[in-house]
Design a protein around this ligand. Structure first.
Ligand code: MTE
Ligand code: MO
Length: 257
């Protein structure tokens, strides 16, 4: 916070350029009409924004504000629409931040699911152990920010069931994921506990094909496609904002449907 007695230093407007993705994300949602100046940022946050990391922190505070509003509007009991099996797209449509030919298949036998953060029992899980957990199936619409969508049929253990089983702190703010392809992702706890949020191991009744996240991926009906990490290797429960691959490139973190 800026001391009321310290004169406000005149910051270099170029500092804002270091934070273009965050800025665009805030501006895109009409949060600040006419764009954001350093002066406005100072007034909004009461912070001295004379260096780049302070600007980053202040922008983060402004965009978190909006995530908080979205999170408050989220109804944890409301179910997303489900569809008949006849509408399921086979195979599903592929997307990643690289082409399908570049997918590096995960060795399911050597694979382990690692746990971290606010979880009582952090022992890693094998594929076989996960397969023994109770499952649910959802037939839901996948919506990608690129402007396409499809109906998919996913099964696996509800993330809520899994988090309860390992003694996760369900009052924590975030569930964060790491993946085999370096695609960090995270969701709010309310969405993690939603009944249509699964750790999916199968698509249309078959083991997940490699491009779609074998052996384990997140599939939630309450988030945009990019918040459904494939090839999960680590789940962490935390109160520290974890961000994500597209979030650090300007996309809104909450991105609920
Ligand atoms: N690990 C990982 N997960 C990812 C991505 C990625 O690049 N890597 N892309 C995301 C995006 S943008 C979309 S739209 C969906 C696509 O999932 P699908 O290939 O099963 O349709 O995966 C999401 N999960
Ligand atoms: Mo996407």
């Amino acid at each position: 916070m800026r001391s009321p007695f310290r004169p406000l230093t005149v910051p270099d407007p170029g500092i804002l350029d270091d934070h273009r993705p965050l800025l665009r994300r805030i501006e895109r949602r009409g949060f600040l009409r006419g764009g954001l100046s350093l002066g406005a940022l100072t007034m909004l946050t009461g912070c001295d924004v004379s260096d780049s990391s302070a600007v980053g922190r202040a922008l983060r505070a402004v965009s978190d504000l909006d995530d908080g509003v979205q999170a408050a509007l989220f109804d944890p009991l409301k179910l997303a629409p489900e569809y008949p099996a006849s509408m399921v797209l086979k195979p599903p449509r592929f997307n990643a931040y690289y082409d399908v030919e570049e997918v590096k298949p995960v060795d399911g036998d050597a694979w382990r699911l690692e746990l971290g953060g606010l979880i009582a029992d952090k022992r890693p899980w094998t594929r076989r152990q996960i397969a023994e957990l109770p499952e649910r199936e959802t037939i839901i619409r996948h919506v990608c920010v690129e402007g396409w969508d499809y109906i998919g049929q996913w099964s696996g253990v509800p993330l809520r069931t899994f988090l309860e089983r390992v003694g996760a702190d369900l009052t924590a703010k975030y569930v964060a994921f790491k993946t085999a392809d370096d695609y960090p992702s995270s969701i709010d706890m309310a969405s993690a506990l939603h009944p249509q949020t699964l750790l999916a191991t199968r698509y249309a009744g078959e083991s997940l094909p490699d491009p779609y996240g074998y052996p384990l991926r997140l599939r939630t009906a309450v988030k945009l496609g990019f918040k459904n990490p494939k090839w999960i290797t680590t789940i962490e429960v935390t109160n520290t904002y974890p961000g994500g691959y597209w979030e650090s490139r300007g996309f809104n973190w909450f991105s609920g449907l």
